[in-house]
Write a protein that binds this ligand. Structure first.
Ligand code: NDP
Ligand code: PHD
Length: 357
């Protein structure tokens, strides 16, 4: 296997640190360059980053000198992963793409771009087919931007995809989230705001979930020139809760056609497999959705279940009939793994298998 050199933009942040822990010991990708702001560039990584991971900082990374986010300094990299602050990601990621370096981004900036795939790697990797159109429009041989989703979107869209595949179009969905503080980066939410408390507002989050679900569950146009969104109506309410990692969502679903039974839904979720499984990707969860039945009525829980399949699987429980919609359930995703860095890495593994990198 040829090991590819990779760069990380925003390497000092919450998502950047998660990239480092997931890429340490990755068999296909080797960290070659770390990028961050002018505050960090020129410093050793161990002096620039305020390391907040429970796993120790890899020794090799600790001694690396942080670079500015200038594509010329990343020319040895086959891929860059971006965990950049969205205020700066737009311009920087565009520069890397223009320099023919593929960018796998966590930032929100390009998610709505008509030729940029928005991919949750256990859901809609067929959307990679639109990369060619993006490259054609910009006259690029290798460069492209592919984004992964908002972290809460990721936890919702995996079970919805399994249901849509098995039972047809979904008419409407309500989502109420309980989101971990790591989602707000570092230093993020102040302890005086979040301890002994719930904050019922996360700026822009509800709008992102309501729109992103429809692009991810949608299809590519027949000529692969872009995407067709689903007609699903999504209503989201988002809350910040005093949990470190792991976003929980309470979801209710109404199908366009006949409602399946709870048993049928459980079976569809347990049996769900994605393209990353079929391609044999290293980070793909063996079972993308872990299902809790009545024997575990109080699961999933973030502290107990966020590490399912190293954070790449979504856990679903409390599947039951709903008196207004058809069914309701609780879903849990690791917000910095499948909801962020892990999604970028598994997307890159799929892109390599598809010959795009
Ligand atoms: N946390 C999560 O669960 C999720 C986050 N995201 C998205 O991922 C991105 C990163 O989030 P998060 O890690 O939480 O954020 P952080 O605030 O923890 O980290 C931001 C990173 O961006 C770098 N940066 C800031 N300004 C610049 C600049 N001008 N030039 C170059 N680099 C810069 C910082 O470097 P320095 O240390 O030098 O300031 C740091 O490495 C965001 O776009 C976020 O919306 C997406 C999904 C989930
Ligand atoms: N807003 C998310 C994290 C995030 O940065 O999302 P996005 O990448 O969609 O901006 C949270 O607070 O948990």
């Amino acid at each position: 296997m040829v090991v590819k050199k990779v760069g990380i933009l925003g390497a000092t942040g919450t998502v950047g640190q998660r990239f480092i822990t997931l890429l340490d010991e990755h068999p296909e990708f080797e960290i070659a360059v770390l990028g961050a702001s002018a505050r960090s560039s020129g410093k050793k990584y161990e002096d620039a980053a305020r390391w907040k991971q429970s796993k120790a900082m890899p020794e090799k990374v600790a001694k690396m000198i942080v670079s500015e986010c200038d594509p010329k300094l990343f020319s040895e990299c086959s891929i860059v992963f971006s965990g950049l602050d969205a205020e700066f990601a737009g311009e920087i990621e565009k520069n890397f793409r223009a320099a023919n370096i593929p960018v796998l981004s966590n930032a929100k900036n390009y998610r709505r771009d008509p030729v940029v795939p928005l991919i949750v790697p256990t859901v809609n990797t067929e959307h990679f087919d639109v990369v060619k159109k993006q490259q054609e429009q910009l006259g690029l041989q290798r460069g492209f931007i592919v984004t992964n989703s908002n972290c809460s979107t990721a936890g919702v869209v995996v079970p919805l995809k399994a249901m849509q595949d098995a039972f047809g179009p979904i008419e409407k969905v309500t989502v109420t989230t309980m989101q971990a503080i790591s989602g707000a980066g570092y230093p993020g939410v102040s302890s005086l705001d979040i301890l002994d408390n719930v904050v019922p507002f996360i700026g822009g989050e509800e709008e992102k979930i309501e729109w992103e679900v429809r692009k991810i569950l949608g299809s590519t146009n027949e000529d692969l020139s872009g995407f067709k969104l689903t007609d699903t109506v999504v209503s989201a309410q988002c809350n910040r809760v005093p949990v470190l990692d792991g976003h929980t969502s309470c979801v209710a679903v109404k199908f366009a056609g006949k409602a399946p039974s709870v048993e049928e839904i459980k079976k569809a979720l347990v049996n769900y497999r994605c393209e990353a499984n079929k391609l044999g990707c290293f980070s793909a969860p063996k079972q993308p959705i872990h299902v809790f039945d009545e024997k575990n009525p109080d699961r999933p829980q973030p502290r107990l279940d966020r590490e399912a399949e190293r954070g790449y699987a979504v856990s679903v429980g409390r599947i039951r009939p709903d008196s207004i919609f058809d069914i309701k359930f609780v879903s849990l995703v690791h917000n910095t793994v499948l909801g962020a860095a892990g999604a970028g890495i598994l997307n890159a593994e799929v892109a390599v298998k598809k010959g795009l990198i």
